[in-house]
Design a binder for this molecule. Structure first.
Ligand SMILES: *[C@@H]1O[C@H](CO)[C@@H](O)[C@H](O)[C@H]1NC(C)=O
Ligand SMILES: *[C@@H]1O[C@H](CO)[C@@H](O)[C@H](O)[C@H]1NC(C)=O
Ligand SMILES: *[C@@H]1O[C@H](CO)[C@@H](O)[C@H](O)[C@H]1NC(C)=O
Ligand SMILES: *[C@@H]1O[C@H](CO)[C@@H](O)[C@H](O)[C@H]1NC(C)=O
Ligand SMILES: *[C@@H]1O[C@H](CO)[C@@H](O)[C@H](O)[C@H]1NC(C)=O
Length: 243
């Protein structure tokens, strides 16, 4: 019995320290459970955003968001296109973009303020995104909202928020089922890859982008016109010789 007493006191002391250290550690740990916000981790956990994650890594926009979140008190908002959204783009849509344009495309989905679903009603269009040098008129993104329904329009893409992936009062991630295509990158181009040009001089269609294809479309019209003219001349000549 006497031998048990020191053990009893020792366990009391240990219990005291365990209690003390947990109560002291808790207030610091509670608001941010796992350190600084990591957008990649959030999207990985949500699933079905692997193509967005890949694009965000390739363009370094993932790091940009994490740093910006750490540096700002305004919070941030991300419209996250699902894998289905990327898969439903027409073939070559992303490949037609330069690295800089790909970055602008991803930044177009990032709003440099935290916006809760109900706050969408209070915004004035077009809203600011991280694309386009902070000029919200360069890459316009319009939002119309009523209740919890939020419609988004870029002039090319019309879609709506289909769900909240994440929100913590500082960072919000909303799922969209279409990639938001900025007018500035896609407005002047044909919506789908142009059909293969009829002009034999432009046979290497594999390694040309949509702009070249569009231009060669014009060219083939010119060639067709020339053929009409030549045909007309041949007819005139034939008629003259038959006289
Ligand atoms: C964010 O999370 C991803 C995946 O979970 C990880 O690869 C990356 O290193 C994390 N970034 C930071 C800055 O911790
Ligand atoms: C977050 O910001 C603090 C200072 O504001 C800085 O010391 C820290 O390195 C930053 N962390 C990251 C992950 O950027
Ligand atoms: C959003 O779009 C849908 C379909 O186009 C429409 O029925 C709805 O009224 C729109 N909502 C708002 C708030 O504009
Ligand atoms: C976006 O909103 C602005 C301001 O209301 C308007 O002038 C513009 O036409 C709208 N664009 C689209 C694509 O809805
Ligand atoms: C997008 O919606 C607007 C009305 O909100 C409509 O005028 C426009 O034609 C739609 N565009 C597309 C590509 O569906």
């Amino acid at each position: 019995m006497i031998m048990m007493k020191p053990l009893f006191y020792l366990s009391l002391i240990i219990l005291f320290f365990i209690h003390f250290s947990t109560t002291v550690a808790q207030p610091a740990a509670a608001p941010a459970p796992s350190g600084p916000t990591n957008v990649t981790k959030i999207l990985e956990k949500a699933g079905q955003f692997s193509l967005l994650i890949r694009l965000m890594k390739a363009t370094a926009v993932a790091d940009q968001i994490d740093h910006q979140l750490n540096d700002t008190n305004n919070g941030m908002t991300l419209f996250a296109p699902s894998d289905n959204a990327f898969n439903s783009l027409s073939t070559g849509t992303l490949n037609s973009l330069s690295d800089e344009q790909k970055m602008a495309l991803v930044q177009f989905h990032v709003i440099p303020t935290y916006i809760s679903l109900s706050q969408f009603q209070t915004l004035s269009n077009p809203i600011s995104t991280n694309a386009g040098d902070s000029s919200r008129y360069k890459y316009p993104l319009n939002v119309t909202s009523y209740g919890n329904s939020v419609n988004i329009s870029t002039g090319i893409t019309n879609t709506s928020v289909s769900g909240t992936v994440y929100t913590d009062g500082q960072f919000a991630v909303y799922q969209v089922d279409q990639v938001l295509l900025p007018w500035d990158l896609f407005g002047a181009k044909p919506p789908a890859p142009a059909p293969a040009p009829a002009n034999p001089k432009k046979k290497k269609a594999d390694d040309v982008d949509d702009t070249t294809l569009a231009a060669s479309g014009d060219l083939s019209i010119k060639v067709a016109m020339q053929n009409v003219v030549l045909f007309g001349l041949a007819m005139v000549a034939a008629t003259m010789f038959s006289l």
